[in-house]
Structure formats: C-alpha cells, structure tokens
Design a protein around this ligand. Structure first.
Ligand SMILES: *[C@@H]1O[C@H](CO)[C@@H](O)[C@H](O)[C@H]1NC(C)=O
Ligand SMILES: *[C@@H]1O[C@H](CO)[C@@H](O)[C@H](O)[C@H]1NC(C)=O
Ligand SMILES: *[C@@H]1O[C@H](CO)[C@@H](O)[C@H](O)[C@H]1NC(C)=O
Ligand SMILES: *[C@@H]1O[C@H](CO)[C@@H](O)[C@H](O)[C@H]1NC(C)=O
Ligand SMILES: *[C@@H]1O[C@H](CO)[C@@H](O)[C@H](O)[C@H]1NC(C)=O
Ligand SMILES: *[C@@H]1O[C@H](CO)[C@@H](O)[C@H](O)[C@H]1NC(C)=O
Ligand SMILES: *[C@@H]1O[C@H](CO)[C@@H](O)[C@H](O)[C@H]1NC(C)=O
Ligand SMILES: *[C@@H]1O[C@H](CO)[C@@H](O)[C@H](O)[C@H]1NC(C)=O
Ligand SMILES: *[C@@H]1O[C@H](CO)[C@@H](O)[C@H](O)[C@H]1NC(C)=O
Length: 803
C-alpha cells in the first residue's frame, strides 16, 4: 500500500491545511527544493566522524562503491525478522541491520530478562547499577543478534507531566516512553550517559530517544480517524500530532541537556519523536535535527524516525532524518516514504546524492565504530517483523544467572521507604496477611498472550509497565511466592486475599495477623496518559479497609511515577509505606530482603509526590477532550520549573519531595568545603560543539572547575547506604529555578559510626545558563550557592563560590 504524500497535494489543498505548521506552510508556499526558509537548507554532513574518524573513512569507502539502489535499501526500512531492518548489500559484505525494542529488555521476544524499569534504576541513584543494568541488557540484545537496540530513553520524556503515560493505543504498540528516569535534566543526563555507554560496551548500538520535547502520549499520533485505519493517511480530516512549543532557554537548559550527555557517551543513533516541535514534525524538524543535534551537539551518527514518524520524504530528508522506519516494512501500514520516492527525488535533482551519501555514511559510521563490522553477530532467532514472509522462530535463552543477581540488587536499592513508624523491618511476626492482587501471579503466566502481561492490576503484580517499553520476564517471582519461601524458613504463617474488590475477605484475612502487607499498583503504558494520579482499581479503598482492622498495616506500591496517597498516608495504623516502583522479574526476592531487614532501603524519589493534582504545574497534558482540534498545541509555560522546581518556585509543600527516601539508619552531613582543583573533561567519547562565553582554545563546557566536598556519617546502628545530593542556587539576576540538582553520589555499605567524604565535581555547564543573544552558555558571574543534603528539601550544608 502506498499512501499519497504531502508532496502530491496541490497548492490549493495544502493551503487549506493548518497554517501554524511550518512543514505544511512550506509545502503550500512553493515546491522549489531549497525554499524551506530555514537556516539549514542542506543538512550538515559528518565532517570526519569525530572520534570515529577511522570508522568514518571505512564507511565512506563503502558508500562510494554503492549504487543508488543499494543506498536506498540502507536508508529505507525493509521487511525482516526485527521490528526494524535495513537492506543488506551482500556484494559489499553489509548485512541487514536489526533494530529491536526496547528499554526494559528485548521485545517482543522470549528467553531474556525483564529488567527493572528506568524509573526504578533511577531511584537507586547508583551510577554503577545504572551502567551495569544497561551493559547486561546490551549483552542480551547482542546474544539475540540485535545490532541496534531501541534504547535507552534519554530524556524524551523527561517528566514534565506527572501523568505522562504511554497508555495503550489499540493499534500497535511501537516505540516507547514509559522509560523515564528522573524529572530533572541533570540526573537524566547522567543516566543517559551511563546507559548509552553500558549498552555500547556490550557491543550493541544504542538509540537515544525521543528527540525532543516528547512529553505526552495523548495526541502523539492522529486519532480522529484512527477507526478508518488512516494513520498517517493524511486525509484532511486527520489530526496533526501534538506540537510542543518551547523557547530557546528552556530547550537548552531543560530538554536538550540529557541528549548532550547521550552524544558525549557516543550514542550511535538518535530517534526523532512523533510530536511536532514548535509546529514542525519531529522527524522533519531542521532546527532540531540539523541545528541542535547535528551542529550544536556535533552528533556524528544517524537519526532514525520513530515508527511512522515520517510524514513526507523530502522535508524529512532535508529536515535531518537519515533512516526511515519501518519504511517498506509493516506491509506499508505506517506509510511508505523514502525508497522509490527518494529515488525519483534524487534522479530529478530535487535531493542531492551527496545528502543521500551522508545518510548512508551516518548509518555505517557507528556500525564500523561499534566493531560489529568485524565480527559475526549471532543469528536473530525471532520474528518480530510485520507483513513480511513467515520465518522460523527458535527459542533461545540469553539470560545469565549473574543478571538475576544484578536486577535483584537494583530492585532492593531502588525501593523507596516513604513512611516508617516502626512497621519495617518486620519484627519476626508469627502471622503475616498478604492482601491485594498486586502481590500475586499473573492469571495466565507471562508470554502466553504476548504483551498482555501484566495488562492491569487484576492480572497480578505490576513489575513493568506496558507498551513497547514492556518486556516479558523469563520467570516472574511475584511477592507472595518469595514471601512464602522466606516464611517457610522462618516458620511464619502466611495467609492471603488477592481479590481487590472482595473487601470482606480482605478484612477477615488481615484482622488476625501480626502484620498486614497491602499490595497496590498504578497502571501506565505507552499510547495514552494516566487519567489521574490514583492507584488503579480500588487501591485506596483496599488500603483503608485493611488499615481499619489491622494496626500494623504496611503498604507496598508498584507505581510508574507520581501517585497520590493523601487519603490514607497519615492513618495511624499504617506503620510503613514502601514504593519499589517497577522492579522487573525479581520483584519478590528484592522485596523480601528489605522486609526482613537484611538490607536497609536506600532508594530516593526521582520525582515529586504531591498532596493534590493541582499542586503540579497546570496543563502539562493537553487532553483530547480539552481541545478537539486538528492542530493541538501545548505550551511549556512552566519553563524550567518542572517537578520539584515548580514546588520550590510556588512555595508548595509536597507530600514527598524529589530526592526523598528513608532507610533503617540515619545520616549526618558536616564539614562542607571547596576543592579548587581544575580538571579537563575526560569523559567525552564524542565532543559536542557547545560553546561558552570567554572560551579559550582547548577548553570545554564540561571541564571541572572545582569540587564541593562534604562528610557523610552513618549515625544509626545498621549498615546502610545514603544518596547525598548537591543543588545549585544561581544569583537572583540569573532568573533561574530556586535550586537545581547538579550532583549526587551514593555512599554505599556505610558501617554504623563511619564517615565518608563525598566529592561533587562541578563542571562549567553546571553553573552556566543559556545566553539567547550570544547563543552560548555563560558561567554565572556573581556568587552561586551550593546546597548539600539528603533530598531536594533537606539541605543542611551550604557554601558559596564566585567563578
Ligand atoms: C474517516 O475516514 C473515512 C474514510 O476516508 C471517512 O469516510 C470518514 O468520514 C472519516 N471520519 C472522520 C471523523 O473524519
Ligand atoms: C523552538 O522555537 C524557539 C523560537 O524560535 C527556538 O528558540 C527554540 O530553540 C525551538 N526549540 C526547539 C526544540 O526546536
Ligand atoms: C521530482 O520527483 C518528485 C517525486 O516524484 C516530484 O514530486 C517532483 O515534482 C519532481 N520534481 C521535478 C523538478 O521534476
Ligand atoms: C486481565 O486484564 C484484562 C484487560 O483489562 C481483563 O479483560 C481480564 O478480565 C483480566 N483478567 C483477569 C483474570 O482479571
Ligand atoms: C472478587 O470479589 C468480588 C466481590 O466479592 C466478586 O464479585 C468477584 O467475582 C471476585 N473476583 C474473582 C475473580 O473471584
Ligand atoms: C482520585 O482519588 C481522589 C481522592 O484521593 C478522588 O477525589 C478522585 O475522584 C479520584 N479520581 C478518580 C478518577 O478516580
Ligand atoms: C486500627 O486498628 C485497630 C484494630 O487493630 C482498630 O480497632 C482501630 O479502629 C484502627 N484505627 C483506625 C483509626 O482505623
Ligand atoms: C482549542 O484550539 C483552538 C485552535 O488552536 C483554540 O482557538 C481554542 O482556544 C482552544 N481551546 C481550548 C479550550 O484550549
Ligand atoms: C582535590 O581534588 C583533587 C582532584 O579530584 C584530588 O586529587 C585532591 O586529592 C583533592 N584535594 C583535597 C585536599 O582533598
């Protein structure tokens, strides 16, 4: 099926389209190829591959021997075993490259690990675990023959909207969003760097996504005519995707930050997003792709479209997208662009062959740089392609036993203890009651129905969320199973009630026990946003019913992000609340060691939990019902003040602030000081072109200007970990958020009474703001204040510095 493109529309028809869209305007204005009215009429080609200069030379040598047809095969998705496939060029020993979802493990495939979600890994604040998770996941992708993993999410979404979801869309669950890390650009930047590096150290190319300002699911694709299967049919009745409208300062200071770190880590590819940015489609946005990404960040790899994110060939090729996915794959249901049409455009001189060569070079350069060209990857055993010929599918086990140990540790260290009035650790109870469907097994096992496990909280425990970010567990060890195993060793009696709406049985089960563990969850997935911030099903009612009959009620929450707890959090019978978020397939075992006290909880919130929805910035999701327009627009009016920065700016007390979390020990902070040792940046695998005011030859925005040091003492009586955090306060004249995270470090396994000195390196960028006039970063010229402590609101140590 070939869907007519915008270029085929007459000028009269095109002028009837929404005029706020730059792409449409350009089409309506003229058909001349270079009249886009943009600063980047010809996308900047890779100069030399940067740190990949050897790979670039090899790539260019291969490209120069290719025919036009062969080049088109490489830049246009083809049918094949993977969710995305490039065309092979056997004559030149170029294989079909396999691109495969997703951020919590390969999907939809069996025989691998369901990793803890990004948000859970974020909550560990442990750089080693963030890296190791990505490396272990990369190994599984590699062992399945995947060249390019469609992971990690690197700040699109960042977490502007507390209810951002990726709920089910009903047509195809492709791409992904759920995998957000921290509702903060600095911390997400650190996670982006480490997760790209971990993935690529395992020999798999990483895809950083979704570029850029992709912050809601609602209206990300056309919906009005979805029933007619028209996506992206471009009928005049169709709706355009949401346009994220944001200014230059917010673009640089909040949304571009984490992508800069992904580029510095040497990400092979960047995925452009479904949403429009400032009115122009993400995958045809020259300002974003050619300007921000390829020029300012000096990105040397390739841009791949989100599946169906290309709306027309010519604007996308010139807009900076290199690889069209799924291209000819998926039986054409997402539109067929590039390919034959690109051939005509090159043949009639509309698009220069040098631009096509650059697309191919950009795809090949990281292929050579990754080392994949010099070895033979394992055969792909699965068939995830759509619309291609049937292929044999072989079951292959790629999970390593050591990976189970790793993900159990992430689950332990990422669980956040929000309240503890003595409920935890458990005090050798004789009888434990387990209440709630979220403690139990999925009704049909996992894998029996593809992505449909878990589908909602009536289907067992929530260990991951849904959509293309979901991955199937090999063995889901659910909480009830793991608790029973421990209870058998301890001769503890365990009873349970797993039906959330059967309150009578829940209360009867809980009433006689020494402790009642209530399991609740909140469901979220790709494709739609959560409609509220409540627990799913009857979660709140279940917690209240149990607390009414058991004075030692402990609540365990499996949640994907901000979730409100006001209706019960202060209940005197609720003695502890633990939030393991989405811990992956070792969810049960990772919980048990926290319940018994073998390990002290050390997770801290990577987002803010408010008291009421209205405490969050308003209108961060433009709902369908709010505006049934063909041209939906969302304005980032809160600017840099997302999540905790909003609460600080408006002086609103959250229920639990960003960075907050308790443990079974206590920590004291003292002796803050400066160490003014300068250090050049050593972490850039690829250097960006970001400039700063007063820059001298050889200097980088990422050079360390000084370090702030502080002593952290374990003042309690058990071995524990502590996440120390540093926030910068700019001078008032800088017009910045009240405080911004610019450092974190996890003190690990601290013995009672021991003290460790934590050092936070401060780079130029950490104390700079974006100067829109000069189009450069500018280091603060007046004194800045550094605040150090245990959360975004517990900051006992302060020191100032003038740069
Ligand atoms: C959707 O498309 C179908 C087929 O082109 C058309 O008949 C129908 O009117 C459209 N529906 C809306 C709501 O525009
Ligand atoms: C959005 O538009 C503004 C104003 O033209 C520009 O400064 C900013 O960089 C753009 N943001 C993105 C992400 O393209
Ligand atoms: C070039 O080919 C494209 C695609 O077929 C067509 O739309 C366009 O009008 C052609 N341009 C010229 C100058 O022939
Ligand atoms: C599992 O979830 C699906 C979809 O929400 C629902 O239709 C089904 O009834 C659930 N299964 C059980 C056993 O609750
Ligand atoms: C759960 O309990 C409710 C209320 O007692 C009952 O209507 C429902 O059938 C039960 N569900 C299952 C799956 O047993
Ligand atoms: C969410 O819970 C609050 C109480 O905490 C309630 O007022 C509100 O109606 C709930 N929203 C929905 C959609 O259930
Ligand atoms: C707490 O639990 C006890 C039962 O152990 C119950 O009698 C009491 O009413 C509960 N308190 C509240 C505030 O519900
Ligand atoms: C809906 O969008 C239209 C067109 O962009 C605008 O005129 C109108 O004010 C919007 N309505 C709301 C409620 O946002
Ligand atoms: C200051 O920092 C440098 C670089 O991190 C380190 O080598 C040195 O030991 C530190 N000096 C003191 C006094 O802590």
């Amino acid at each position: 099926m070939r869907i007519p493109t915008l270029l085929a529309l007459s000028a009269a028809t095109a002028s009837a389209l929404p005029t706020t869209d730059k792409l449409f305007k350009r089409q309506a204005a003229a058909n001349a190829p270079d009249s886009f009215g943009l600063a980047y009429t010809t996308p900047p080609p890779t100069a030399d591959g940067g740190a990949w200069s050897d790979a670039f030379k090899r790539a260019a040598a291969v490209t120069s021997q290719m025919t036009l047809e062969e080049k088109l095969l490489v830049v246009t998705g083809q049918n094949g075993r993977c969710v995305g496939n490039t065309g092979a060029v056997p004559r030149l020993s170029i294989p079909a490259l396999c691109l495969q979802d997703g951020p919590t493990g390969p999907r939809p495939v069996d025989g691998h690990t369901q990793f803890p979600a990004g948000v859970t890994t974020a909550a560990t604040w442990d750089r080693d675990l963030i890296y190791e998770r990505s490396r272990a996941m990369g190994q599984e992708f590699y062992d399945l023959g995947v060249h390019i993993a469609l992971a990690p999410v690197t700040g699109g979404p960042l977490g502007r909207a507390p209810a951002g979801g990726r709920n089910w869309e009903g047509w195809l669950q492709i791409s992904l969003v759920l995998e957000r890390w921290y509702a903060d650009p600095y911390a997400t930047g650190e996670a982006s760097y480490l997760s790209v590096k971990g993935m690529q150290d395992a020999g798999v190319q990483a895809t950083s996504k979704h570029f850029i300002a992709y912050e809601q699911e609602t209206s990300r694709n056309v919906y009005i005519n979805k029933s007619a299967g028209a996506f992206p049919g471009l009928q005049l009745t169709d709706q355009l995707p949401i346009s994220s409208n944001l200014d230059d300062t917010v673009t640089h200071e909040t949304y571009l930050w984490s992508f800069a770190e992904a580029v510095r880590a040497g990400t092979s590819s960047v995925m452009c997003s479904y949403n429009r940015i400032n009115g122009t489609h993400g995958c045809a946005n020259s300002d974003a792709l050619n300007g921000l990404l390829k020029t300012e960040l000096n990105f040397q790899g390739f841009v791949v479209s989100d599946w169906g994110g290309v709306w027309a060939t010519q604007p996308s090729v010139y807009g900076g997208n290199d690889l069209d996915m799924p291209g000819n794959g998926f039986a054409g249901i997402l539109g067929v662009f590039y390919g034959d049409e690109l051939e005509e455009l090159v043949n009639n001189g509309t698009i220069s062959e040098s631009r096509l060569d650059d697309q191919v070079n950009r795809i090949f350069t990281p292929y050579f740089a990754s080392g994949q060209a010099d070895k033979t990857l394992p055969e792909v055993p699965f068939n995830a392609g759509i619309g291609g010929p049937p292929l044999d599918v072989e079951y292959r086990l790629v999970q390593k036993p050591s990976t189970l140990d790793l993900i159990r540790k992430i689950g332990e260290d990422g669980a956040i203890l929000l309240k503890n009035d003595g409920g935890l650790p458990l005090k050798s109870p004789a009888r434990i009651a387990i209440i709630g469907n979220d403690a139990g097994p999925p009704s049909r096992g996992c894998g029996a129905t593809g992505d449909a496990c878990p589908i909602n909280n009536f289907n067992g425990t929530l260990s991951d969320a849904g959509g293309s970010g979901y991955s199937q567990p090999l063995n889901l060890i659910y909480p009830l199973m793991a608790i029973q195993e421990q209870a058998a060793k301890d001769s503890t009696k365990v009873t349970w009630s797993l039906n959330d709406t059967d309150i009578v049985t829940a209360q009867a089960t809980a009433a006689g026990a020494d402790v009642a563990l209530v399991f609740v969850s909140a469901w979220a997935a790709e494709g739609y946003d959560r409609s509220d911030l409540n627990l799913s099903g009857g979660g709140n009612a279940l917690v209240q019913a149990v607390a009414a009959v058991n004075k030692n009620t402990v609540v365990i929450m499996h949640i994907p992000g901000p979730t409100l707890v006001e209706s019960w959090i202060d209940h005197p019978n609720i003695t502890a609340v633990l939030a393991p978020l989405l811990p992956g397939e070792q969810t049960g075992p990772s919980l048990v060691s926290l319940l018994t006290g073998e390990i002290s909880p050390s997770g801290k919130l990577p987002f803010t939990i408010a008291k009421v929805v209205s405490d969050y910035p308003p209108n961060t999701i433009l709902a369908k019902t709010q505006n049934e327009t063909l041209d939906p627009q969302t304005y980032f009016t809160e600017g840099n003040n997302i999540d905790y920065k909003w609460f600080d700016a408006k002086n609103i007390a959250p229920r639990f602030e960003f960075g907050f979390g308790l443990g079974y020990s206590t920590f004291e902070y003292s002796n803050i000081k400066k160490n003014e040792t300068f250090a050049f940046d050593t972490l850039a695998i690829q250097k960006t072109n970001e400039k700063f005011v007063g820059q001298k030859e050889g200097e980088s925005l990422y050079d360390v200007l000084l370090s702030v040091e502080v002593d952290v003492k374990n003042s309690g009586d058990v071995v524990a970990c502590e996440v120390a955090q540093l926030y910068v306060e700019f001078p008032a004249s800088a017009n910045q958020p009240v405080r911004q995270l610019r450092g974190f470090d996890k003190v690990k396994q601290a013995a009672p009474g021991s003290t460790k000195t934590v050092s936070f390196p401060i780079r130029r960028k950490d104390v700079a703001t974006w100067d829109v006039i000069r189009q450069k970063w500018a280091v603060a010229t007046e004194a800045v204040t550094f605040h150090v402590g245990a959360s975004s609101r517990i900051l006992p140590q302060t020191i100032t510095h003038t740069f």
